[in-house]
Design a protein around this ligand. Structure first.
Ligand code: AMP
Length: 250
């Protein structure tokens, strides 16, 4: 079994995001970048399946600028066997990423496509679903537990409004991962060194002959409105009075 894992390079989740002065986007220069957190869970799960002897190869793919190679390299350092970088010269939208990933799926023919449930930079939560649609693969989104059945199908437990739902999907399929799925490991120094020897294939997006032009235009990006300072009230009756007459919430 071969597992393809999509990993996206995003601004590190610990970074305090700053809006550019001209409101055209957020500042990314000299900002720490990392793998999108749920994509770490996706890689971890793929590597665990391989370590359990149930998969032969884990391939990590990223679509992005040259620097996205670091994200692929990190996936290699935690256990992926091989990497693919599809180079694009600007940020592209989920539809465009999905068209590219479809091409990679056609080339690699994986049994499982693992992706994060959502990228923390644009919060789109679209790419897994679009890839499943374009490839005509079944999809299991927000996976918090996976179990492979004897008949080759996969049981996927997913978080839904009312609790947990377990569905059975045929493979090949697309699974998008939730942060609860596992605890991603850290790359050890020897494995980081070993990862330098692993192969990363670079593909130029223009060679794929796809229309990856943007469908959306960002008009402006603004900071969220600042929260007003709170006040202290002397007692409960005062609080209730303020909630009723000032905040008008009760
Ligand atoms: P999104 O639909 O943007 O919220 O992203 C959902 C998931 O799609 C991410 O967690 C990644 O696994 C994958 N993905 C999105 N963009 C990229 C990209 N540029 N390169 C690789 N994977 C991506």
């Amino acid at each position: 079994m071969k597992i393809l894992v999509a990993v996206k390079r995003v601004i590190d989740y610990n970074v305090q995001i700053r809006v550019k002065e001209d409101n055209s986007g957020v500042v990314t220069d000299n900002v720490k970048m990392s793998t999108n957190p749920p994509d770490d869970n996706a890689i971890e799960e793929a590597v665990k399946i391989k370590e359990a002897g149930k998969a032969k190869e884990v391939v990590a793919v990223s679509v992005g600028e040259e620097k996205a190679q670091e994200t692929v390299r990190k996936a290699l350092a935690v256990g992926a066997d091989r990497g693919i970088l599809v180079k694009v010269d600007r940020v592209i939208e989920p539809l465009a990423v999905s068209k590219i990933l479809k091409k990679i799926v056609e080339k690699e023919k994986p049994d499982l496509v693992f992706m994060g449930k959502q990228a923390i930079d644009d919060d789109c939560n679209q790419t897994g679903q679009i890839v499943a649609t374009l490839t005509n693969y079944p999809q299991a989104t927000f996976a918090s537990e996976l179990k492979k059945n004897e008949d080759g199908t996969l049981n996927v437990t997913r978080e839904v409004d009312g609790g947990l739902e377990t569905i059975k999907v045929k493979i090949p399929c697309v699974v998008t991962t939730d942060l609860r799925l596992n605890e991603p490991r850290y790359a050890s120094l020897p494995n980081i060194m070993k990862a330098k020897q692993k192969k990363i294939e670079t593909i130029e997006s223009k060679d794929l002959n796809l229309d990856i032009s943007p469908r959306l235009e960002v008009l402006e990006v603004n900071d969220p409105p600042e929260r007003k300072a709170g006040i202290k009230v002397p007692d409960v009756s005062n609080l209730v009075e303020k909630l009723k007459n000032e905040a008008k919430v009760i």
